[in-house]
Ligand binder design. Structure first.
Ligand code: TXA
Ligand code: MG
Length: 335
């Protein structure tokens, strides 16, 4: 595995050309997007895509997002391009939004998990866009971490998690958004929010109308939740215990978790915004602004793991819609 440092705003064209050639030849290239680092492979090459699943230890029924350089390229991997897709793409691409649409027959089963839809997005990062242009092919890329672990927001996280399972890592520094893209399913009659992200209903609904939340379907309807949203996910090695500092029962439970762990000689951590909850070995404080919080969340979780924490108590974030994506990730990580 090689790590090549590139400028985040003006990446060296030669480095991008080399990485693009590696992708066309079936290699695995990790690269920064505005959300998290992706683990890329040539999306139309089933053998290359298969290597992604092996590297991540990911179940092959969990489909991948196809990354493309622009809406014109997106249209080549889908069978239908509804007006809703056109409007969302015009408003938010390049950006942290993934659209699920009926798949084009050229997209292999390895990408879609065998399903009839494909997820597609145009990332807003000069390195990602430069790489996609240099590759000249659509690039399937999940987050560049082992399956169920915390997504990487720096090249260091990628190397720590995947090591020699990846051929090349483009190091473009820390990512700006910090949590994964919002996923919206446009393949049915009503758009469905499959995975919340930093683009929320407040931004999307004025463009596309009411978003449905995935849930149990009526009988006879095809049950197609986002397969990746089912299990514990985005999780550090440590056990996370969420608490609201104003909820006496939750606060007591968090304190007890810390005390029990310490009594067993285990290392403990805390991830807080304002709370001063308990004596722990490693405490990390994150900002009260949802965007700044999201940007730093995964690095904080990686750091607490690196410090060997077995239990981490996490202050719950506010209820507002701006925190939807962050709340989702914390709840999944604490499952
Ligand atoms: O921000 C992101 O989206 C990052 C960067 C690298 O672009 N990628 C990412 O990929 O988070 P991944 O594989 O970790 O998550 C993809 C999510 C999963 O929840 C998966 O189940 C869902 O998108 N997904 C992919 N294809 C789908 C499809 N055809 N139908 C429904 N859900 C799909
Ligand atoms: Mg992931």
């Amino acid at each position: 595995m090689r790590v090549v440092v590139v400028d985040a705003e003006h990446p060296d064209p030669e480095a991008l050309a080399e990485a693009g050639a590696l992708l066309r030849a079936g290699g695995l290239v990790a690269f920064p997007t505005e959300t998290v680092y992706g683990l890329g492979a040539h999306a139309l090459d089933p053998v290359a895509v298969h290597r992604i699943y092996e590297a991540k230890g990911r179940p092959s029924h969990n489909p991948l997002i196809v990354h493309v350089a622009g809406p014109a390229e997106a249209r080549r991997v889908v069978r239908e391009w509804p007006e809703r897709a056109e409007r969302l793409a015009a408003a938010f691409w390049p950006g942290p939004l993934t659209l699920v649409l009926p798949r084009h027959r050229d997209v292999p089963d390895e990408v879609t998990g065998g399903g009839d839809t494909v997820a597609v997005r145009v990332p807003a990062h000069p390195v990602a866009l430069g790489l996609l242009r240099a590759a000249g092919v659509p690039v399937a890329a999940p987050s560049a971490n082992r399956s169920t672990e915390v997504s990487p927001t720096t090249a260091r996280h990628v190397v720590k998690g995947l090591g020699d399972r990846v051929d090349l890592v483009l190091d473009g520094g820390p990512t700006r958004v910090g949590i994964e893209s919002t996923v919206v399913d446009l393949s049915g009659a009503t758009p469905v929010l499959l995975r919340p992200g930093m683009l929320g209903p407040a931004e999307l609904e004025p463009i596309v109308g009411m978003l449905a939340l995935p849930g149990p379907r009526a009988e006879g309807e095809s049950a197609l939740p986002s397969p990746g949203m089912l299990e514990r996910h985005y999780a550090p090695r440590a056990r996370l215990v969420l608490f609201d500092p104003h909820d006496a029962a939750e606060l007591a439970r968090a304190r007890r978790s810390v005390a029990d762990a310490r009594a067993l000689g285990r290392r403990t951590g805390a991830l807080v915004i304002a709370a001063e909850p308990a004596e722990v070995d490693e405490a990390r404080r994150l900002p009260a602004d949802p965007h700044a919080y999201a940007q730093r969340l995964y690095d904080a979780l990686h750091t607490l793991d690196d410090a060997g924490c077995d239990v981490v108590i996490v202050e719950r974030v506010p209820d507002g819609p701006a925190w939807l994506g962050v709340r989702d990730r914390l709840e999944r990580a604490a499952k």
